[in-house]
Write a protein that binds this ligand. Structure first.
Ligand code: NAP
Length: 283
């Protein structure tokens, strides 16, 4: 398949490039070569590449930054999706796009399924939800994947932040009242490949299996990295000066993915060990 990856230098985009180039004709493009907020730029790159599938991994992902720059956040995460959808419409091009657990308010007590009603608590979540709606309204063929708590080799992420802190201080405070599913971007890229090759369309939830709080996640990162001299203290979200409110419980059900592909995602602890280079965990 001829595939164009938008945002190919980002955390997920770079893993998608690595994963898909072995089996497909893949081109990547990122900010600097095009701007997703410019409709004519989007039309140009789609026309030049003429792909069968466009994967949109470009986004404005700074959750607190979105509160301060609402206009840019919506321009990239919502307007950008509309631009891509319009550029692909009528050409038989399938769009693969990503959204987030932060479109939910976290008040449910069982894993969110694809049909659950969204109710975002912050600007980032609201912009991603509008992007979802634009995708559905303006494209003919689309696959929407909601994921959560991503970490990978490229870009800033929680695992890197905890390890950096651990090399500077002996005690780290981490919130224990937000529960989610940490997800290795390489695992997500492999699952995305399955869905693309299977021709699936519609909404899918995809994360690693299991759930934890950020506090539990930090404890496991330090344990697996052998940093047992670091103390992690659980704190409440209220104790952190962050501008964006996060959902307290945003676990996504991956049942639909498993039922349709016959595959299950790895548990997050196994994926984390793999990411940290521990042996015997490759999956
Ligand atoms: N990270 C998470 O925890 C998480 C959780 C749930 C869902 N998601 C979703 O998963 C997808 C991938 O996330 P990610 O963490 O891999 O993102 P990322 O690392 O921030 O990568 C996004 C890429 O898009 C580029 N970009 C930003 N503005 C652009 C513009 N105007 N035009 C073209 N490219 C632009 C970025 O460039 P710069 O770096 O130069 O800005 C970056 O290369 C996104 O849809 C995100 O909303 C992520």
């Amino acid at each position: 398949m001829k595939i164009l990856v938008l945002g190919h230098k980002g955390m997920l985009g770079s893993d998608l490039m690595l994963r898909l180039t072995a089996a497909h004709d893949v081109t990547g493009i990122d900010i600097g070569d095009f701007d997703i907020t410019a409709g004519d730029d989007c039309a140009r790159v789609i026309a030049e590449c003429s792909p069968e599938v466009v994967i949109n991994a470009a986004a404005y992902t700074n959750v607190d930054g979105c509160e301060a720059d609402r206009e840019r956040c919506f321009a990239v995460n919502a307007g950008g999706v509309k631009n891509i959808a319009l550029a692909c419409r009528g050409r038989g091009i399938r769009i693969v796009h990503f959204s987030t657990d932060y479109i939910f308010d976290g008040r449910k007590e069982t894993p969110y399924v694809e049909a659950d009603p969204p109710a975002p608590l912050n600007v980032y979540g609201a912009s991603k939800l509008e992007g979802e709606r634009f995708l559905e309204a303006f494209s003919d063929h689309w696959l929407l994947i909601r994921t959560a708590w991503l970490y990978g080799q490229n870009g800033k992420n929680f695992v890197k932040a905890i390890l950096e802190k651990a090399s500077a201080v002996k005690t780290i405070d981490v919130v224990d009242d937000q529960i989610g599913a940490p997800t290795y971007s390489r695992d997500l890229a492999a699952a995305v490949q399955l869905l693309i090759e299977g021709g699936q369309e519609g909404v899918y939830h995809l994360t690693n299996r299991g759930r934890c709080s950020w506090y539990e996640f930090a404890c496991k990162i330090l344990l697996y990295a052998g940093k047992t001299d670091i103390t992690v203290r659980p704190i409440r979200s209220q104790g952190l000066a962050r501008s964006a409110v996060r959902p307290a419980w945003s676990v996504l059900s991956t049942r639909k993915f498993s039922e349709e592909t016959g595959k299950t995602m790895r548990f997050w602890q196994i994926a984390l060990q793999d990411y940290l280079g521990l042996t015997g965990c490759r999956g």
